[in-house]
Every structure is written in C-alpha cells, then in structure tokens.
Design a protein around this ligand. Structure first.
Ligand code: FES
Length: 155
C-alpha cells in the first residue's frame, strides 16, 4: 500500500505553512547549510580584504553579492557571462579546484584581464579543500554574454 508524502511528514503543519514560517524567520541570504566554518577572503577592486565564514556548497557569486561586494553576475549564475570573474590569489589553491568545464572556459575567454588562475565566481563552490581560499575581483569586467555570440552580435 502506498502512502502519500503528507502522511509520512513528521510535522502536523502543512508544508506550505511551514515554508512560509521558515521564510519569515530567515535573513535575506543564508548559506546552503547552517554549518559554517569555511573561510573565504575576497579582495575587492580597491584592494581591501573581506573575510567571511561560509559553508560547503556556497558559491563565490552568492557570497560576494550577499555582502554587497561589487560582483555583477549578469546571467544570474548560469555560466553565460563573465561578470563574476575572479582571480584566485594562490596558484596552489587554484590547483586544488576542480577543472573548469568547457562552458566556463568559453566564458572565461571573454573575461577582461584573464589570468592563469581566473575562474567564474558562480561556478566555484566552497568545500573543505577550498577552506582559506582568497580571490581578487578584477578591476574591470566585460558584460558580454553567450547570447551575444549566438545571435551573431558584435560589441
Ligand atoms: S554570473 Fe554569469 S557566468 Fe557567473
């Protein structure tokens, strides 16, 4: 015999009400989990360092925007622009990251001031291996999106 999900729920509050209550109690942005403990330092365009405690799974774009740092994220983190370009400060830390996939590499090719340790902030998720990561925001970004090429446009 099959039971519906609502019958197996531990709470007597209907899910929709539960979600509303959770939303009302949460701040504007929260990490992926309540667990923190990973540190990331973001060096802004003026050279000021900002260190945050974050959780595994948080990506650099979300972290920067949640703390009002200047990172545009024009495509909303869908790997279709280069406005979340960051430069990893330490080459050894860069080597600990998963390789960028083809989509990310295509977008990185459009980034202003591309370096050997450039990444797209929206594609880098914090993990144990990246604890202590430091990234710099480039002095400029180029707001060119994949759709500009698909449509055959030029800037
Ligand atoms: S926000 Fe567009 S690629 Fe990261």
């Amino acid at each position: 015999m099959e039971e519906s999900r609502s019958h197996t729920s531990r709470s007597l509050i209907p899910p929709s009400t539960q979600e509303i209550l959770q939303h009302a109690q949460s701040p504007a942005w929260t990490s992926h989990t309540s667990q923190t403990g990973r540190n990331i330092t973001i060096i802004d365009k003026e050279g000021a360092s900002h260190t945050f405690q974050v959780a595994d799974g948080d990506n650099i774009l979300d972290i920067a925007q949640a703390h009002d740092l200047e990172m545009e994220g024009a495509c909303g983190g869908s790997c279709a622009c280069s406005t979340c370009h960051v430069i990893v400060d330490d080459p050894d830390m860069y080597d600990k990251m998963e390789e960028p996939d083809d989509d990310e590499n295509d977008m990185l090719d459009l980034a202003f001031g591309l370096t050997e340790t450039s990444r797209l902030g929206c594609q880098v998720k914090m993990s144990k291996a990246l604890d202590g990561l430091a990234v710099k925001l480039p002095s400029m970004t180029r707001n060119m999106q994949a759709s500009d090429f698909a449509a055959g446009k030029k800037d």
